[in-house]
Design a protein around this ligand. Structure first.
Ligand SMILES: Cc1cc2nc3c(=O)[nH]c(=O)nc-3n(C[C@H](O)[C@H](O)[C@H](O)COP(=O)(O)OP(=O)(O)OC[C@H]3O[C@@H](n4cnc5c(N)ncnc54)[C@H](O)[C@@H]3O)c2cc1C
Length: 447
């Protein structure tokens, strides 16, 4: 069971007695909460289920940046060039856990063979990100959460001109997608972010990006708004999904509930729910860590800063300066390895005056990723009434409002084909599965 703040949970109405509802959503991370909010805004009857407190898992520990910039997964020749550094454990942004190499190798081969990785799909993702950012700004105002939103942009830092040159592919994508950005020379950088040590070559400011002083608080405010609108929440662990007449029966640790439709939005645990239904979700885990540091002497950091050479981000948050690590490819439940975040903290200290750590141990979470770099938003093939909203990898916080809205419009049958098709879950299972039978249900076990 996850750790959660009992006080936060007490703020939500818990209703384990519901036995029938139109729509059930499994998972109250930012994706499930935004899906619930979008459905409730459309006037639908929604019950949200989570085994812990809303927003307490991956959606709690992230960097808190809301972006419109497309996320680019390196593929082809670029990945090949970086591979020796990754293999030798010298790549700052990506680490592969020892023991996880056989699983990672299959993934890397797939990515290297995929020339399309960084183009067409990134553009589709960008379109959803842009819609999502606009929706977030509206929903944040409605949920009375503007005090945690900072319109400061997101700074990509080039320590040297060589780092800036290495950013060419990302820059090309930013230009192609129309992402608003501004170049900064060393002087601009000092004026914009006086907390940074002198000597950096420059940077790039993504101007239409904002950040949160507490990502967990955003989940909680959206959740409170969902409840104000008449939505319901129950804290219980879902153990299975079974056919139930024309609908579905959702089995949970306190009983079961019948629903016309069920949305799986369980982030990194989504595969556990789908496996008993005969679907192997090809999800992999890009684990990440964070550690808070107290602010040091001198000017405070004003915005999230991505130190590209260091492969980490530091951002001011209510708990302190949050340093978040790059990617660790590992099994979801393998024990944490703090070397990567400790190295990131060391690099951050060289760039900004930072005080002692706020906590002894780093937080760890798993970015839920799919091999083609796009989330799956839509119906589970061959199982009418089961819907997915999963696989939002590095940009789930940013994508949440847009993904929830797209899912709600897909469920209502009003989404345009061209906006829905890049995220179609059916792409993950080209050979359509056989229909469900009552026997092949329940018993959710970690894969
Ligand atoms: C270090 C790091 C930095 C990041 N930075 C950013 C960023 O700056 N901007 C950005 O946009 N994204 C960022 N991300 C990505 C983002 O955090 C994720 O994509 C997003 O939080 C995923 O949300 P989710 O709702 O899918 O998953 P989660 O937040 O993990 O929610 C899943 C929920 O499902 C529940 N659940 C699971 N199984 C069951 C069950 N059987 N029964 C009941 N409940 C269940 C869990 O308890 C959990 O609450 C970052 C991620 C990491 C790790």
């Amino acid at each position: 069971m996850p750790q959660f703040r009992a006080t936060a949970l007490a703020r939500f109405r818990i209703d384990r007695t519901v036995s029938m509802v139109d729509h059930v959503i499994v998972g109250a991370g930012i994706i499930g909460i935004c899906s619930a909010l979008a459905l409730r805004r459309a006037g639908l009857d929604v019950l949200l289920l989570d085994r812990g407190a809303p927003g307490a898992e991956t959606s709690h520990g992230n960097t808190g940046v809301l972006v419109e910039s497309p996320w680019r997964i390196p593929g082809g020749r670029e990945l090949l060039r970086r591979l020796p550094r990754i293999l030798l454990g010298r790549d700052r942004a990506v680490r592969i856990a020892p023991g996880h190499w056989p699983a990672a190798a299959a993934l890397l081969v797939r990515m290297m063979r995929d020339p399309d990785h960084d183009a067409t799909r990134a553009v589709a993702l960008h379109r959803l990100l842009r819609t999502s950012l606009t929706l977030h700004r509206t929903w944040i105002a409605e949920a009375e959460a503007t005090n945690i939103l900072r319109e400061t942009g997101w700074l990509k830092l080039f320590r040297t001109s060589k780092v800036a040159a290495g950013f060419a592919l990302d820059l090309e994508l930013l230009r192609r997608s129309g992402t608003v950005h501004r170049f900064l020379d060393a002087g601009d950088l000092r004026a914009l972010e006086p907390a940074l040590a002198p000597g950096c070559a420059g940077g790039l400011l993504l101007e239409n990006a904002c950040s949160l002083s507490s990502p967990r608080t955003l989940s909680e405010r959206y959740m409170a708004h969902f409840l104000r609108l008449g939505g319901r929440f129950a804290q219980t662990a879902v153990t299975g999904i079974a056919p139930d007449g024309a609908g579905w029966r959702i089995l949970h640790s306190d009983g079961c509930v019948s629903a016309g439709s069920v949305v799986v939005a369980a982030g990194p645990w989504s595969a556990d729910l789908l496996a008993p239904l005969g679907f192997r979700l090809p999800m992999f885990f890009e684990r990440g860590y964070h550690l808070h540091l107290s602010p040091g002497p001198g000017p405070s950091l004003r915005r999230p800063v991505h130190d590209i050479a260091g492969g980490y981000v530091m951002t001011p948050q209510s708990a302190g300066v949050r340093v978040t690590s790059g990617v660790e490819i590992a099994a979801r439940d393998a024990p944490p390895q703090e070397a990567q975040i400790r190295r990131a903290v060391q690099a951050a200290r060289a760039l900004a005056a930072l005080g002692p750590p706020v906590e002894d141990r780093a937080w760890m979470g798993s970015r839920p990723s799919l091999p083609d770099g796009l989330p799956a938003i839509g119906p589970l093939p061959g199982r009418p009434g089961i819907w997915l909203n999963v696989g939002h990898h590095h940009v789930g916080l940013s994508l949440a409002a847009g993904s929830g809205d797209l899912l709600a419009r897909r469920m209502a049958g009003t989404a345009a084909a061209d906006e829905a098709s890049p995220f179609e879950p059916g792409r993950l299972w080209p050979d359509a599965p056989r229909p469900a039978s009552a026997e092949e249900t329940t018993d959710v076990r970690p894969l």
